[in-house]
Write a protein that binds this ligand. Structure first.
Ligand SMILES: Nc1ncnc2c1ncn2[C@@H]1O[C@H](COP(=O)(O)OP(=O)(O)OP(=O)(O)O)[C@@H](O)[C@H]1O
Ligand SMILES: [Mg+2]
Length: 242
């Protein structure tokens, strides 16, 4: 599962997901996008890795024109696999974002709410900024297009994305504690050993922009309700039985 409050906010505000390799970012993103799809929100998953593990997130497109056709036919779930060449994939991202904006202004499409998730966003950001990303994170929310950016280190993240993402989701990260403190994340720096412990694999730390940060269990698992009356009873019973 994933906390309802967090999920609802990802459908309303921009989101940044950060964590070192294998920490569970893309897996969590997939889980979140599927939940949002279930609520009728349209999604685009921009996947520079062309990762077949995540191919069930929608219809796969390889050119901006293919995306345009899917947007016009109101296809709710789209995957975009950009050209592997750096300059081209940066351009393609901007083109796909611009198409999503164009369609969102067209009569008959205005009410569609969309979450645009970008995996490995550091690959997309060039010096001086990526126009598409700047546009999405500054004016997207007002037009029903929300961004969700995924990357490995806070330090690698584009400043606009970091400052304009009310929802921040941190898995274990490689950023140094001093760097985390410089970003007012002292509380997270202190919790790093917790997130790095093998028994807490795939746990994450998140805020929805209200200044409150919480630890969350891995997506996909039911929350354990230790201490609930039922659990206590089961505990007592098992002790009785042994
Ligand atoms: N909550 C989870 N429950 C079960 N398995 C998980 C969970 N999260 C991640 N995994 C597994 O851990 C592995 C790494 O997860 P994932 O691909 O999400 O990492 P990542 O942070 O996106 O890494 P990278 O930066 O290398 O892309 C995958 O094999 C995935 O199936
Ligand atoms: Mg990944």
């Amino acid at each position: 599962m994933v906390a309802k409050r967090l999920l609802d906010n990802i459908g309303r505000r921009h989101t940044a997901i950060i964590g070192q390799t294998r920490s569970g970012k893309t897996y969590a993103t997939r889980f979140i996008l599927k939940k949002l799809q279930g609520q009728g929100i349209h999604t685009i998953f921009f996947d520079p890795k062309h990762d077949d593990d995540y191919a069930d997130l929608g219809v796969i497109c390889y050119t901006p024109m293919q995306v345009y056709a899917k947007l016009l036919s109101k296809t709710p779930k789209i995957i975009y696999r950009p050209n592997p060449e750096k300059n081209k994939r940066q351009e393609e991202l901007t083109r796909v974002i611009n198409l999503a904006f164009e369609v969102s202004k067209t009569k008959g499409y205005k009410r569609i709410k969309r979450v645009f998730a970008i995996d490995e966003v550091q690959l997309m950001v060039k010096k001086g900024g990526n126009d598409g990303i700047e546009r999405l994170w500054t004016v997207g929310a007002g037009q029903g297009i929300l961004g969700l950016a995924i990357t490995q280190r806070i330090q690698l993240l584009n400043e606009t994305i970091w400052s304009q993402s009310e929802n921040k989701i941190l898995f274990k990260v490689e950023d140094r504690p001093e760097y985390l403190r410089s970003r007012n994340l002292d509380h997270y720096a202190e919790l790093l050993p917790y997130f790095q412990a093998p028994e807490n694999r795939y746990w994450f730390y998140a805020t929805v922009g209200d200044g409150v940060w919480k630890k969350h269990p891995p997506v996909g698992e039911k929350k354990e309700r230790t201490g609930s009356p039922n659990n206590m009873r089961r505990l007592r019973l098992s002790r009785w039985q042994s």
